[in-house]
Design a protein around this ligand. Sequence first.
Ligand SMILES: *Cc1c(COP(=O)(O)O)cnc(C)c1O
Length: 381
Amino acid sequence: MSAPKTVSAPAPIAFMDLATQQRRIKAAVDANLARVLAHGQYILGPEVGELEKQLAAFAGVKHAIGCASGTDALVLPLLARGIGAGDAVFSPSFTFIATAEAAVIVGATPVFVDVDPETFLLDPQSLTAAIAQARAQGLRPAAVIPVDLFGQPADYAAIDTIARGEGLFVIADAAQSFGGARGGKRVGAMAPVTSTSFFPSKPLGCYGDGGAILTDDDEIAKTIRSLRVHGQGAHKYDNIRIGVNSRLDSMQAAVLLAKLTVFEDELVARDRVAKRYDAALANVVRTPRIEPGVRSAWALYTIAASNRNRLAERLKARGVPTAIYYPIPLHRQQAYRSYPIAPGGLAVSERLADEVISLPMHPYLEPAAQDAVVAALRESL
Ligand SMILES: *Cc1c(COP(=O)(O)O)cnc(C)c1O
């Protein structure tokens, strides 16, 4: 038998901590899931309607429409607008693949645009140049999908000015930013249509795949509600358009309803964690720049360092988990190399892919664990 331990080893530091959250909400999750099992309406049951109501109220918009994933939440509005062959859909290159994938799925051409080196958000100048070039190449500029990368809402006012002039439809990719705000508006209310994801690791995540579309536009909401059930018309076997099968299931909605009860509190906690990192690291590494008047949902806390790979190894050796979002810009992905890019190239996206590294970030990161991350980072530089 080993000697009794007098001091317990510190718990390993989690990059994300869904287990602590689950302990906190377990009673509500269990009760909500039991209710679904009892009524048996697994597809578009009452939990989905209730969740949609609560999401819309949270964001301050008229409609929230659940769907099967964040990717589908981007595809459905493109379908609703009839965007397809010959249309250019502008996407930042420094994002998750789904942003551009949605354009390809509907038959449109993604056109890659660069991002700002400090906020990592879509660069309006690069967008303007890309629009002119796409038109010159015979594409019809149809939509832009700004991404609220790492939780910070993009500058939709600036993008809207460009979009209006060019007749572009704006779809906000808010997969990482639900709960964020800018200039007094919540994510969901800043663009004509906003798409979000409930993938488990997103700020508001379920226990599987899920997504939602938020909008104030009655017409597009109605079309998307039809599209998600095979283009349904007046009844189940009346099909008035080509649709898809993309629903959020009742089980996932039940989980999300439980998570929403602690969501605002978690957003506050994430912001507290981010501010502690800012204070400790501002003079040490390039910390994320959040623009004035913006509330980030802090899906990730991402710094930039020229020796990123070595830093990741050293942190790992010190027990600090990190992750790289994203190591390859989209225009360099094998399947996407043939699509157009903004004139002048995408130097910022390329550089960020080599320099970014995300630190542990979740609402339950205790100060002691966070201090250990900071100390390990200082030692590793
Ligand atoms: C996660 C994510 C998506 C896709 O969401 P899924 O629910 O995984 O389909 C789209 N865009 C961005 C920026 C994301 O981070």
